[in-house]
Design a binder for this molecule. Sequence first.
Ligand SMILES: Cc1ncc(COP(=O)(O)O)c(C=O)c1O
Length: 369
Amino acid sequence: MKIPFIDILRYEKNFLETVTERTAALLKNGHFVGGPVIAEFETSLKNYTQTQFALGCANGTDAIQLALRAAGVNKNDGVLIPDMTFWATFEAVVNVGATPFTIDVSKETLHVTLQSVKEGVEKFKPKALILVHLYGHACPETIEIRKYCTEKNIVLVEDCAQAIGVKINGESLLTNAFVATTSFYPAKVLGASGDAGGIFTTSAELAATTTKLLNHGRTSHYEHGLIGWNSRVGAYESTFLVESIKHIEARLDSRRETCERYRKEIKNPALKFITPASNVTENGYLAVATMTPESRPAFIEYLKSNDIGYGTVYPGAMSEQPGAKGHIGGKISHGHADWIAKSVINLPCFAYMTKAEVDYVIEKVNQYK
Ligand SMILES: Cc1ncc(COP(=O)(O)O)c(C=O)c1O
């Protein structure tokens, strides 16, 4: 058996037919930019995430930049970010002219802690924090960190590129976020047929500014009140996403089941699975475990020899990326991000993996010595 790390083409019956029909209609009506499908997409997104304002944009990196800009983060402001994230979080800060400062993450949860945020705030006095919810989990101390940022008047942007569908205490993670962003990159749990992103907020003012920023700062067709750029979401991607949202919970349930089976049925002590906090419902984006830097290379060879795909998300700390030089303002490191980068292992996980595929992965990992 050959198990890919990810297969994004396992659709529901009739999904492709519906998308194809709607795409053909789009080709005939010519609503390629803007138009009714964008409004339909934003409404389904708002309903699904239970947010007050939901806006589409061009991609998840733009979404972070838009959120930072709309929240008033500008040139020379400091922004705290986790040292373990996808590079886009770092890039977004630099691209708005601000300075990134990295803080370390926990080796147990792989997320930042309230304590590490407090240390970063005290040391670097940032204007903003980007809290990144990785692996389809939520940062375990999200509620405490939100409260702390409100008290300290720190702009909190939540990067939920991997966290659509995640719940805290049974409620959408996005509902109470001041401003959260996501990516609809095809490999995400809610993937588009191209690039797309989303911004979610509780603030009408922030939503209004974001709407302008992502469309050339427009206040009317040829009147520009702000320097923005073109980050409009496309009509094809929106069509695909509107139809995908109709199936999202079934897709997430399938992923969650795989993650749960791995955690319960893999007994090999070489792997330590990371479990979301008890009040968090994951979305099953990634099945994530840690090993040791010494044990991982041989295990990877074993997976390869058994035709099992794998991931090592992420292969390096942000502060150590070559591109960070000359941009990073400072860092607090206990070596955890670096350790995680060398120790993390992701097993195959995607919507509608078959029982036989999951059985095979579990059996092979359990047989590994
Ligand atoms: C945590 C995180 N932030 C930001 C992004 C950027 O999203 P995009 O690739 O849509 O720009 C990604 C996606 O890869 C991500 O995983």
